[in-house]
Design a protein around this ligand. Structure first.
Ligand code: GRG
Length: 290
C-alpha cells in the first residue's frame, strides 16, 4: 500500500471506530457526557490495530472485535486524562481542546477517567459468546494497564531521580506505551481465535511498533506543530523528561526509530501477506506528523 492508501485505510477505520464509540455514549447520566468530551477526537490507533489484527487473523464478525476495540480507546483516554492532571504532566490542551481538568475541574476529570476504565470492562465482557476469548482479553489487558504496565511506566516517567541511561528510557517506553499497543494487536488475534503462536508473534511485533510509536511521540514533542498535535509541544523538555531526543539527540532518535520500524516490519512480514497492512501502518507511524 502507498502512503496515501494507508492514510485512507486509517481514516476509514477511524470513522468506523468513531461511529461505534458514539453508540456507547448516546445516553446515560451526565457523567457520560463528560467522559465523551475526552473520548471525542483522537487518532484511534489502538482500536484500529485491534481490528486490523482481527481481520488479518481471519476474523469475520466485526461485532466480536468492535466493543473490545472501543474499550481499548476508553482505557487509552482514561490514561490521557490522568496524564494531563496538574499532579502529573499538567497539560492544558488535549486532542485540540482544553484537557478534562481544565474543562470540568480536577475532581470530575479524575472521576471521568475512573468511569472510562470501568466502562471499558463492561464493553470487554458484554454478550454471552466467546467467553474464553473475552477472559483472555481481560487477562492480557489487565496485565499491561496496571502495575506491570502503563501505571508503572507513568511512575517511572514522573520520577524525579532518573538514571539517564538507555535502559531507563527503554523501561519507560516499554511500560508506558509499547505493551498497550502490543496488547491491542493481541486482542484482535485472540478474538479471531488465532493460534497461541500467532497471538504471541503479534504481541512481540507489537512491542516494536509500540516502541516506535513512543519514539515518534518524543520526536514530535520537539519538532511537531501544536495545531497538528492537538497538544502542547515542548512539554517534555520543560518538565526535564527523559526522552529519546534527550538521550540520543534528534538524529540519534530518528535513527533508532528507523531501527524499530525495521524490526517491527520484519516481524509482520514473516507472518505472511495478510499482515502487510500492519507493515504499512508501521511505515506511516514512522513518518507521522500528529
Ligand atoms: C489509566 C491505565 C492508566 C494509567 C494511569 C497517567 C497514566 C497512569 C499513564 C499515562 C500513560 C501515557 C499518557 C502514555 C503516553 C502514551 C502516548 C504516546 C499517548 C498519545 O497517544 P496518541 O498519540 O493520542 O495515540 P490520541 O489523542 O491520538 O489518541
Amino acid at each position: 500500500m502507498g502512503n496515501s492508501d494507508i492514510a485512507k485505510y486509517l481514516a476509514d477505520q477511524k470513522v468506523r471506530v468513531d461511529n461505534a464509540l458514539e453508540k456507547y455514549f448516546a445516553d446515560g447520566n451526565p457523567l457520560f457526557r463528560i467522559m465523551h468530551y475526552s473520548v471525542d477526537r483522537g487518532k484511534r490507533i489502538r482500536p484500529i490495530l485491534a481490528i486490523t489484527s482481527f481481520t488479518a487473523c481471519g476474523g469475520k464478525e466485526i461485532g466480536s472485535i468492535m466493543p473490545i476495540a472501543c474499550g481499548l480507546e476508553l482505557i487509552h483516554t482514561y490514561s490521557l486524562i490522568h496524564d494531563d492532571l496538574p499532579s502529573m504532566d499538567n497539560d492544558d490542551l488535549r486532542r485540540g481542546k482544553p484537557s478534562a481538568h481544565k474543562k470540568f475541574g480536577e475532581a470530575m476529570a479524575i472521576l471521568s477517567g475512573d468511569g472510562l476504565c470501568a466502562y471499558a470492562f463492561e464493553l470487554f465482557t458484554q454478550g454471552n459468546d466467546l467467553m474464553e476469548e473475552k477472559y483472555a482479553v481481560v487477562q492480557s489487558l489487565s496485565e499491561v494497564i496496571g502495575p506491570n504496565g502503563i501505571v508503572y511506566g507513568q511512575v517511572l516517567d514522573i520520577a524525579e531521580q532518573q538514571v539517564r541511561i538507555p535502559h531507563s528510557l527503554r523501561l519507560i517506553h516499554y511500560n508506558k506505551t509499547a505493551k498497550f499497543i502490543a496488547v491491542s494487536l493481541k486482542c484482535g488475534a485472540i478474538m479471531a481465535q488465532a493460534s497461541q503462536k500467532m497471538i504471541d508473534a503479534l504481541f512481540s511485533a507489537g512491542v516494536y511498533l509500540g516502541m516506535l510509536f513512543q519514539y515518534t511521540d518524543d520526536i514530535l514533542d520537539v519538532v511537531g506543530e501544536k495545531s497538528a498535535l492537538g497538544k502542547t509541544p515542548g512539554k517534555d523538555s520543560t518538565a526535564g523528561k527523559l526522552t529519546a531526543p534527550v538521550l540520543y539527540g534528534l538524529d540519534g532518535a530518528r535513527f533508532r526509530a528507523q531501527r524499530y520500524t525495521q524490526l517491527a516490519q520484519n516481524r509482520f512480514t514473516a507472518l505472511g501477506e495478510r499482515f502487510d497492512v500492519l507493515s504499512d501502518i508501521v511505515a506511516f507511524i514512522l513518518k507521522r506528523t500528529y
